[in-house]
Ligand binder design. Sequence first.
Ligand SMILES: Nc1ncnc2c1ncn2[C@@H]1O[C@H](COP(=O)(O)OP(=O)(O)OP(=O)(O)O)[C@@H](O)[C@H]1O
Ligand SMILES: [Mg+2]
Length: 166
Amino acid sequence: MGKEKIRIGVYPGSFDPLTNGHLDIIMRASKLFDLLIVGILKNDSKQAVFTMEERVSQIERCTADLKNVKVEMFKGLLVDFVREKKAGTIVRGLRAVSDYEYELQMAMLNKHMSPEVDTIFFMTDIHNSFLSSSVIKDIAQHGGNIRGLVPDEIVDEIYAKLMVKD
Ligand SMILES: Nc1ncnc2c1ncn2[C@@H]1O[C@H](COP(=O)(O)OP(=O)(O)OP(=O)(O)O)[C@@H](O)[C@H]1O
Ligand SMILES: [Mg+2]
């Protein structure tokens, strides 16, 4: 009898910062895997507002009750990270039609590079369909209300980082 194969999924993104849209995908995806790794991409060409440590901490705090969710940082190609983690599936979310073209291209490239790995997509929850990290930063910067759009645990630190002080 062989060893039971554990199902590992990787949900990659920049999570700068985490939104309720991301959290919803994490909660739904965590039900499909024995282990779901949230992979934060360290992207040298895209300047992040929150440090890697802040982003890891935000996601860890907001997923503390999901015991099979782990947060890690990665650099370089997603397929290399996925292989290193022995994961079989990449998880992504789809909002509007505008996400589709980019996501299709990435999924096909990743399949080309790593045929044994599949990408699966979760449709956004209707309440989160208009959410992105970028719009959260825009709203917070100008003192708008981000409550209900990001997890309550991280509202204050987003304002602290972004509110324009005069
Ligand atoms: N509100 C949402 N509903 C469903 N999926 C989402 C949502 N926001 C992000 N995602 C998905 O999560 C993954 C990681 O996204 P990413 O880290 O780029 O977040 P983002 O909110 O799009 O940030 P940015 O505004 O910086 O592009 C992508 O597959 C993206 O489509
Ligand atoms: Mg995006």
